[in-house]
Write a protein that binds this ligand. Structure first.
Ligand code: 5GP
Length: 129
């Protein structure tokens, strides 16, 4: 590929969400189906702050949208909507976010969709980041 293979991020099976998916470390689960696990963020930035992850191993949105099946992709986004409804966010509103790569500030290299809600969330991006 352009830039060489060293730029292709291999999946790190030791990342914290892989450990959660294997049951090696606990999580505060809010939703689970065949394709998706969702749990409360350990450092919540809103009254509701949930992370929804695919059970399959994808490093990021970049990996997921190139390599996941249509069924897996639709399952994740259906689950995100269902979680928001289950948590009572559908009427008050909410925000989803997928930090991707270096400029996105992604810290955990397993794709995760943040779901924020429970208060007015303010500007889309922090000022002066
Ligand atoms: P990122 O910056 O990669 O988009 O977000 C990573 C998120 O994972 C952060 O919001 C962080 O608080 C959360 N996080 C990191 N480690 C753990 C953990 O062990 N358990 C849970 N539930 N969340 C975690």
């Amino acid at each position: 590929p352009p830039g060489g293979w060293e730029n292709v991020m291999a999946y790190d099976s030791d990342n914290v969400f892989a450990q959660i998916l294997r049951g090696e470390i606990p999580c505060d689960r809010v939703y689970e189906d065949d394709h998706v696990l969702a749990f409360n963020d350990i450092h919540p930035q809103a009254p509701t702050h949930v992370l929804a992850v695919p059970k399959e191993a994808y490093t990021s949105m970049e990996d997921f949208t190139q390599n996941a099946s249509d069924a897996t992709i639709s399952a994740l986004f259906r689950a995100v909507g269902q979680i928001a409804r289950d948590l009572g966010l559908a009427e008050t509103g909410y925000r989803i976010l997928a930090n991707t790569g270096d400029d996105g500030g992604q810290e955990v290299p397993h794709l995760h969709i943040h779901i924020f809600g429970g208060r007015l969330l303010g500007p889309m991006l922090s000022k002066g980041a």
